[in-house]
Design a protein around this ligand. Structure first.
Ligand code: G4P
Length: 530
């Protein structure tokens, strides 16, 4: 096996998704602890210090104490080289969050045991399903009062439409949390928080048939466990690696990230059940990183303004095949020319560092002189392959935008187009109304503030935003439908994107269905083709 193939084989690239506060940051931090990338809990989480040190390129982040952008963390563990794609949560939820999932080979879904499936998880999950990537579930905060375990699993199956297969099973929760039963090895891992901030503490493991377990757990808890396991063995789906690979079955684990209980077990199983970087679709068929030696990568995120003085941008790309060397040249397929890939960066724990080499599966940030767009391919392959584009995700908030000073039309148009090209916002136009006004669509409302801020600071343009009542956007899939002839509901608005493609906006979800019923053959999609 070549050095390159060997390196790629070691890679595991996954995204962590969850609703805010489920414990994503805490779990990530514990992973890094195992990888030795940090040696003390708190290094990632320290909102006031570490986070700002990483991403102080945007004033707005500092002002609000949040991270607008998602980051990538790399660490080594047990012979694997792991890339975690963090997806920003809270109100800073943006299209970037969705796009990050396009660069991952699998996803870890963190669920708060007292809450079950929540809104943001549901949205991100849809993208995972679209991509058919494996999804692993970590049910967190078992040290707090949790929902009934069967109910939690039911919730996942019904809400998300995916079968579940518990790898371990919790014994009680909250103050009564005793540990987890490992179904494969038929042992009980007893809960303790001795490992809380480190990896050195030990977890006691007792054979499920050990009579001692009766008094360790207490008779009631032991009987409940036996009953539940019997029920589970009869009702739950069997573990099936093929179904896991296709994203149809999610292995489920229980634990408590804060006390570092169940994290290592999860990590070990997860690494064994996921695969190295997978083949990806291109205009030349599937490109398999194990066979393709040439370097190839696609851009999934563009981060502007890393250095205000230069107004530069960083294009984040996922390497799909081959080896990357700092300063190398490669062909930018969409731009139609060779480019030098300079200032490559990677995130290591909470620091950004320059790198010399990277391999298929890795994520790197490259200096972008303003030439890259989301979805672009860069490659050294003679075939000039182009990877399949990244879909456009449905914005949920819309506003009509106009510049305060009409004399600044040129700067305004330039600025808003550039920001749209980076993928932070989507811009649309009125359809056949003769109005020149621009309609902006965003996934998270914070992007409106970011837009306002950036137009003012980078392009010296003040804008006014008039919120529109629409929440749903649909792309028209079929080419036969004549937009002029669509009869919609009173809360529907016709618009077009910059390429002139028609779209529909709706204020209510039920109007989408009604419009489809009224217009036979009309096919609407939640994802747009780029
Ligand atoms: P997020 O990234 O998904 O938004 O969640 P994060 O890890 O920031 O965790 C949210 C809150 O939940 C934090 O408390 C964190 O300490 C707590 N938490 C995470 N995992 C567990 C767990 O297994 N058990 C319990 N009991 N709590 C957990 P916070 O008070 O909001 O933040 P902090 O002051 O601790 O930083």
């Amino acid at each position: 096996m070549s050095v390159i193939t060997n390196e790629i084989k070691k890679r595991r690239t996954f995204a962590i998704i969850s609703h805010p506060d489920a414990g994503k940051t805490t779990l990530t931090e514990k992973f890094l602890l195992y990888g030795g990338a940090i040696n003390q809990a708190g290094s990632v989480k320290g909102k006031a210090t570490a986070r700002h040190a990483v991403s102080d390129w945007m004033e707005i982040e500092k002002e609000r104490g949040i991270s607008v952008t998602s980051s990538v963390l790399q660490f080594n563990y047990d012979g694997y080289c792991i890339n975690i794609l963090d997806t920003p949560g809270h109100q800073d939820f943006s299209e970037d969050t969705y796009r990050t999932l396009m660069a991952a080979d699998s996803a870890v879904m963190v669920i708060d045991a007292s809450k079950g499936v929540e809104a943001q998880t549901r949205k991100l999950f849809k993208v995972c399903v679209m991509r058919h990537i494996p999804i692993f579930t970590f049910i967190n905060k078992m040290d707090r009062e949790a929902k009934d375990t069967f109910e939690l699993l039911d919730d996942i199956e019904k809400e998300l439409g995916i079968a579940t297969c518990p790898v371990n099973w919790p014994i009680g929760s909250g103050k009564e949390f005793k540990g987890v039963y490992d179904r494969n090895n038929e042992v009980v891992e007893l809960f303790s928080d001795t490992k809380k901030g480190t990896t050195t503490g030990e977890v006691r493991v007792v054979d499920a048939n050990d009579p001692e377990l009766d008094w360790i757990l207490g008779t009631e808890a032991k009987v409940t466990l036996e009953e539940e396991i019997e029920l589970l063995d009869g009702a739950a789906a069997e573990f099936d690696q093929e179904m896991v690979d296709k994203g149809e079955l999610s292995p489920v684990f229980f634990g408590s990230a804060l006390t570092n209980f169940g994290v290592e077990t999860f990590l070990r199983h997860f690494l064994a059940m996921t695969s190295s970087p997978l083949p990806r679709k291109s205009d030349h068929g599937m490109i398999d990183p194990m066979e393709e030696n040439d370097f190839s990568a696609f851009v999934f995120k563009i981060q502007a303004n890393m250095n205000k003085a230069h107004r530069d941008r960083i294009a984040f790309m996922r390497i799909c095949s081959g080896e990357f060397n700092a300063g190398m040249s490669a062909y930018h397929v969409q731009g139609g020319k060779e480019v030098r890939l300079s200032q490559p960066q990677q995130m290591m724990a909470s620091e950004r560092k320059m790198i010399e080499k990277a391999y298929g599966g890795d994520i790197i940030g490259i200096f972008d002189p303003g030439i890259f767009s989301i979805g672009d391919t860069i490659t050294t392959s003679k075939d000039k392959i182009a990877y399949e584009g990244i879909p456009t995700f449905a914005p949920e908030h819309f506003a009509r935008v106009r510049q305060v000073d009409t004399m600044k039309r040129k700067q305004f148009v330039k600025g808003i187009n550039q920001i749209a090209q980076e993928g932070a916002i989507q811009i649309f136009q009125e359809y056949n109304t003769g109005m020149e006004e621009i309609i902006v669509g965003v996934v998270g409302v914070l992007q409106f503030d970011v837009l306002k801020y950036r137009l003012k600071n980078e392009y010296n343009v003040d804008i006014l935003l008039e919120n529109l009542p629409y929440e749903y956007i649909r792309w028209i899939e079929d080419t036969k439908t004549d937009l002029d002839k669509i009869t919609g509901t009173s809360d529907m608005k016709k618009i077009k994107d910059l390429k002139g493609r028609p779209l529909l906006l709706f204020a209510h979800e039920w109007s989408i269905r009604m419009t489809m019923e009224r217009n036979e053959g009309l096919q609407l999609s939640e994802f747009g083709r780029s």
